[in-house]
Design a binder for this molecule. Structure first.
Ligand code: ADP
Length: 380
């Protein structure tokens, strides 16, 4: 089925003329691999970077013909900037070429907010497996327990775990046009690429597709009124993450780290990544900080805990708290009943709620200082 859609897609795209009205975009070799999954189609079109804006109608035309194909529910089409000859052999995605490049010091905050959402924050980690998604889920639930309206956007497209954590599955409905209705788990609105593709589908994403998918999940979802949208970022601090951090109007970022030194080095990279795009770091959370023994009730500092707190102090960012390594956290997360909802009065839930309170305070503080900084007039 998806193979036949793919060939129809290529056939229709073959009717779209190239940027100079010569040939068509398929035979000119401008169309990337076409990704088809359950009626959803994604691909990119390569264009010269400086013509990206001018060629937006080309992108729209391609999107339109694909959407008209029977069996296609949605299409995500992105323009990819052509790499200049002789540029670094960098296969990482380039930032979306919609806006002309400017010097960093004059980079305007060209990131419109999302109507209805008061604050968007990112949860990031320098590497995978440190418990970023588990922390995101419990943090979001902790904020909801504090009375806030919360949403979670699972931008970890390489390994979406939010559907499992919130025990939600199925396809989001389309509410109007291409706007999708988020699913809901434990009172939290959730959106994840995991809803769009089968769990077993290997996801090979090209940079522009990542950005296009992220933008769609952010802006074409009926989030409604939210106090906070928590974005679960993909692990790492590569270009894809940097571009994401750049594309989303973030009020701040939270970094999850384990106590091991190695992870802290990664966490530091995470910190620098947000600094580079002017996103305030709301703080560091140390996960799997110490082992809470279910038998003896004792606390064991397996990894020599405390590193994250010291590092946070050294780096001048808030230290948000320590989450123990417990069977309960792992079991409840993997069962889709995160500890904040399955044992809301327990000690561990208390830790998450406390961190949630600190994060919210951080968001408010950073929003206030951004407001103060807003009417900035600079004289040369
Ligand atoms: P990441 O998003 O960083 O890849 P996950 O949140 O998916 O990490 O966590 C990886 C694994 O570690 C999961 O099985 C999760 O249940 C477990 N885990 C996360 N935090 C803890 C913790 N504090 N105690 C015990 N297990 C944890």
């Amino acid at each position: 089925m998806s193979d036949s859609i793919k060939s129809i897609v290529l056939e229709r795209l073959g009717q779209i003329k190239g940027p100079d009205l010569e040939g068509d975009i398929v035979s000119l070799g401008l169309v990337s691999d076409v990704f088809v999954s359950d009626g959803r189609v994604a691909f990119s079109i390569t264009v010269p970077a400086e013509r990206a804006q001018e060629l937006e109608p080309l992108r729209q035309a391609a999107e339109k013909v694909v959407k008209e194909i029977e069996g296609v529910e949605n299409a995500m089409v992105a323009l990819t900037a052509e790499r200049a000859p002789g540029s670094a052999r960098n296969t990482a995605p380039k930032p979306a070429p919609r806006q002309p490049q400017r010097a960093p010091e004059e980079q305007a905050p060209a990131k419109p907010g999302v109507p209805g959402i008061k604050h968007i924050i990112a949860v990031a980690s320098g590497k995978g497996g440190v418990g970023k998604s588990t922390t995101t889920a419990n943090l979001a639930l902790g904020m909801a327990a504090n009375g806030l309206r919360v949403g979670v956007l699972d931008a970890d497209i390489y390994g979406p775990s939010v559907p499992r954590l919130f025990n939600v599955s199925g396809r989001p409905e389309t509410v109007s046009g291409r706007v999708l209705k988020p699913l809901e788990g434990y009172g939290i609105k959730v959106m994840s690429m995991g809803f769009m593709v089968e769990e077993e589908t290997p996801m090979i994403w090209r940079g522009p597709m990542v950005i296009s998918a992220l933008t769609q999940m952010l802006r074409e979802v009926a989030w409604g009124d939210l106090d906070v949208l928590v974005v679960d970022m993909p692990p790492g601090t590569g270009d894809a993450q940097l571009t994401m951090a750049q594309q989303v109007p973030l009020a701040g970022a939270v970094i999850v780290s384990t106590p091991q030194d190695l992870a802290l080095i990664d966490a530091r990279k995470g910190l620098n990544m947000f600094k580079r795009v002017d996103v305030p770091v709301l703080g560091i959370i140390e996960n799997m900080s110490y082992f809470l023994c279910p038998d003896c009730g004792g606390r064991h500092d397996i990894f020599g805990h405390g590193g994250a707190r010291a590092e946070a102090e050294r780096l001048g960012v808030p230290f948000l708290g320590e989450i123990p390594l417990t069977m309960k956290i792992r079991e409840t997360s993997d069962a889709g009943t995160p500890v904040v909802v399955s044992d809301p009065e327990g000690a561990v839930a208390g830790i998450y709620k406390d961190i949630a309170t600190k994060v919210v305070a951080g968001i408010q503080q950073s929003a206030a200082s951004q407001d103060r900084a807003a009417p900035k007039i600079v004289f040369d």
